[in-house]
Write a protein of this length. Structure first.
Length: 380
């Protein structure tokens, strides 16, 4: 979701020992100009996804995605088993956004544009040639950043499983009021690490899908149970929905135990969490029955802040002005959110005025601008 200047990648500006680790061993040939040092252009329309190169050398790869269509779109690079290597979402008509992805291993990958942000997308094969040392192998600060964030994610998922169990137990016991109170608490831990969860493409739709989601995708997970609790009443299959939710969280926990997170993924994730706020929570469409959106809003901001904090030593070394700017703008968003506290939680989203929502939009947008610079700084 961010930017970089080179796809062929020689990491100028860091020590000579790290240079060896940042230079791809891939051959120089490349179709579409990726090897020439610029971003790979992607022209996305409502019916096509024209990627300017079919291959690139291993290392940091940058895509510049222009939406020339009429629908909001997304762009993805997938690995084996539809593992999301990188994504950029919510690209409006006429907008160009960049995606930086660290791909150290050569092999077969897939690009995809998703007009309307639905379905499997318009896909095409993409080859990464050669191999390169991982940035975390060449830079001790990057290694510690990813290791520290992995510890954070692990701790969040451990609590997520516990809180989901509590929520599921209340649902299955028919304790509606207790389940309603536990719903936003459980979701807090999910929302903090959602980019990691989303990287496993099959888990997120099951856990966090909406009832007006993609055609043919069953409506399950949090929001199905939310609808039962707040709108329709508990149904014969609600208990099964609850059991499935807990099983999916345990599945996520087992997968994250072995997942590798790159520094660029960490930086992109910080931006993705703010996009979650700006495009979903701010409209009130996500928790549309419980109106607990501000809990999710807070969790997304906290998750973004945790990602930035992990990368902070690298940011301070490479761009001493960016960190303090991020501190200031995170503080502004936090202060605004604290104004909507109610007890241990938050006011229902329906209590906010249009002016309240406008202020939040402005604060999040102000934070998103410096956040969008993080991936470029980290990968430079």
């Amino acid at each position: 979701m961010s930017r970089r200047t080179s796809a062929g990648i020689v990491c100028a500006g860091i020590a000579a020992v790290a240079l060896a680790g940042c230079t791809s061993t891939a051959p120089a040939q490349n179709t579409g100009g990726a090897a020439a040092g610029g971003p790979i252009s992607v022209k996305a329309t409502d019916t096509a996804c024209e990627v300017g190169a079919t291959e690139a050398p291993a290392g940091h790869i940058t895509f510049s995605v222009n939406n020339a269509g009429s629908k909001v779109t997304e762009f993805y690079l997938y690995g084996v088993g539809d593992r999301i290597m990188g994504e950029v979402e919510n690209i409006g008509p006429g907008i160009t956004r960049q995606l930086i992805v660290e791909v150290p291993d050569g092999g077969s990958y897939v690009t995809a544009c998703k007009p309307g942000m639905v379905g499997d997308g318009i896909r095409a094969p993409f080859t990464v040639t050669g191999s390169t040392q991982r940035s975390t192998d060449a830079n001790a600060k990057l290694a510690e950043a990813t290791a520290g964030y992995k510890r954070y994610v692990t701790s969040q998922i451990e609590t997520l499983v516990v809180k989901t169990q509590e929520f599921v137990t209340a649902v299955k016991a028919g304790k509606v009021d207790e389940a309603k109170a536990l719903f936003p608490v459980s979701r807090t831990y999910w929302e903090r690490i959602e980019p990691v969860a989303e990287s496993f493409g099959d888990i997120d739709p099951k856990v966090d899908g909406r009832d007006d989601g993609e055609p043919g995708v069953p409506f399950t997970g949090y929001h199905r149970i939310e609808k039962d609790l707040w709108l329709d009443g508990l149904k014969p299959d609600t208990n099964q929905m609850a059991d499935n939710l807990l099983a999916d969280m345990k599945d996520l926990q087992s997968r994250v135990a072995t997942v590798e997170i790159t520094p660029v993924q960490l930086a992109n994730g910080a931006k993705e969490l703010l996009d979650e706020v700006a495009t979903g929570k701010i409209t009130g469409e996500e928790d549309r029955y419980s109106h607990t959106d501000l809990w999710d809003f807070k969790a997304n901001v906290e998750g973004s802040q945790a990602a930035v904090a992990a990368l902070r030593p690298v940011l301070d070394e490479k761009n001493k002005d960016l960190g303090p700017q991020l501190d200031q703008r995170f503080a502004a968003v936090e202060k605004l959110l604290e104004g909507y506290r109610a007890g241990d939680g938050f006011k229902p989203y329906t209590a906010l005025t249009d002016d309240d929502k406008k202020k939040m939009t402005e604060a999040v947008d102000a934070l998103a601008e410096p956040i969008s610079q993080v991936a470029g700084v980290v990968s430079a």
